[in-house]
Design a protein around this ligand. Structure first.
Ligand code: NAP
Ligand code: G4F
Length: 327
């Protein structure tokens, strides 16, 4: 079989790190787009990296940015990937209300720049788009591939735009391009300002005597929280299918933020009511109240289904953060 070569945008993020790990295990050569920053931003993938002079090196990192379209063209021409996984984004919903224009540029137009770079470079790669359950927004659950999009944030609106650009490049130019409509997925590598990780890190710090109060916003919102490594596997499966298509990836269950708080504190033998306080700063101008994904199509076509459900995920994350602090 010819060498499989992947290009991952967002390789330094939660999902990018798991996907890179899995693709390297499968024998891929993996290239990642990283942003230049004055401090290192590669902590999640450092364990995978070998000096490029090492004959065993199969992970290569390249500077670039989703706001720089010409760079995306030169990178594709140089790397000649067989598969492109587009995970890079300004991915924080609350932040997108503060930075709507920037979020539109990176999370929305960034996708168009990459699709267009593929088209003009004529690199015949398969394309994965990190679409999101946020696109369903106010549409009542359960949500499947046929549910309406009703975005409730600048982030979600940017993802809807990207979703349709992917569909358009598939139909207009015959690109093998898939939208993975992933519901929330978490792990010990989750960004520290997303609610699950914020909770599990706070619990570890409280147990270690380093913190007393955890300030949160809306505890009533419900989410379908799965385990991130399993969702990275679903991305890969989409690009191995016979035909390009769009898939919901989810556990099919939902819990409130309050449920997550209670389960996590209980697992650490702590009383959440003594430590959790409300701060309106964490409320959003418009909220997504209830997400539950119906991943029947992913099961039928890709043979994918969730193995880890929210109660188990809570334990994995609390244990990992406590172990990190020795608490
Ligand atoms: P994440 O941890 O926030 O990672 C985002 C990645 O995008 C990081 O590598 C980040 O680089 C990179 N990035 C941000 N702006 C960029 C720019 N201008 N140019 C190039 N790269 C840029 O997100 P994640 O949780 O892994 O999610 C991966 C993708 O799936 C995102 O598109 C997200 O919107 C989408 N998604 C996530 C979920 C979820 O529950 N996790 C659900 C549905 C969809 P730095 O490390 O330098 O910041
Ligand atoms: O953890 P969150 O910030 O994730 P959110 O908004 O659901 O978005 C995540 O999942 C999406 C998939 O549906 C991705 F597309 C997106 O990139 C991101 O990964 O917030 C979850 C819920 C919200 O309802 C929020 O209002 O938690 C509520 N919440 C309550 N207190 C809080 C807080 N969220 C955060 N981040 N911080 C809080 O203090």
């Amino acid at each position: 079989m010819s060498q499989q070569v992947a290009l991952i945008t967002g390789i330094t993020g939660q999902d990018g790190s798991y996907l890179a790990e899995q693709l390297l295990d499968k024998g891929y050569v993996v290239h990642g787009l990283i942003r230049r920053s004055s401090t290192f931003n590669t902590a999640r993938i450092d364990h995978l990296y070998l000096d490029p002079h090492d004959p065993d090196a199969r992970l290569f990192l390249h500077y670039g940015d989703l706001t720089d379209g010409s760079r995306l063209v030169t990178l594709l021409e140089r790397v000649e990937p067989t598969e492109v996984y587009h995970l890079g984004a300004q991915s924080h919903v609350r932040v997108s209300f503060d930075e709507p224009e920037f979020t539109g540029d990176v999370t929305g137009l960034g996708t168009t720049r990459l699709l267009e770079a593929l088209r003009v470079s004529k690199v015949p790669a398969r394309f994965y788009q990190a679409s999101s359950s946020e696109m369903f927004g106010a549409t009542p659950p359960p949500q499947n591939e046929n549910a309406f999009f009703y975005p409730r944030s600048p982030y979600a609106a940017a993802k809807v735009y990207s979703y349709w650009m992917v569909r358009n490049y598939r139909e207009a130019y015959g690109l093998f391009a898939c939208n993975g409509i992933l519901f929330n997925h978490e792990s010990p590598r989750r960004g520290e300002t997303f609610v699950t990780r914020k909770i599990t890190m706070a619990i570890a710090r409280i147990a270690a005597g380093l913190q007393d109060v955890l300030y949160l916003g809306n505890l009533d919102a419900r989410r379908d929280w799965g385990y991130a490594p399993e969702y990275a596997d679903a991305m890969w499966r989409m690009l191995q299918a016979d035909e390009p298509a769009d898939y919901v990836v989810a556990t099919g269950t939902s819990y409130s933020v309050g449920d997550f708080v209670r389960m996590a504190f209980e697992h650490a033998d702590l009383d959440w009511e003594k430590h959790v306080k409300f701060d309106p700063r964490y409320l959003r101008p418009t909220e997504v109240d209830d997400l539950i994904g119906d991943a029947t199509k992913a099961k039928d076509v890709l043979g994918w289904q969730a193995q880890t459900f929210t109660p188990e995920l809570v334990k994995i994350m609390v244990d990992a953060d406590r172990a990190r602090l020795g608490a």
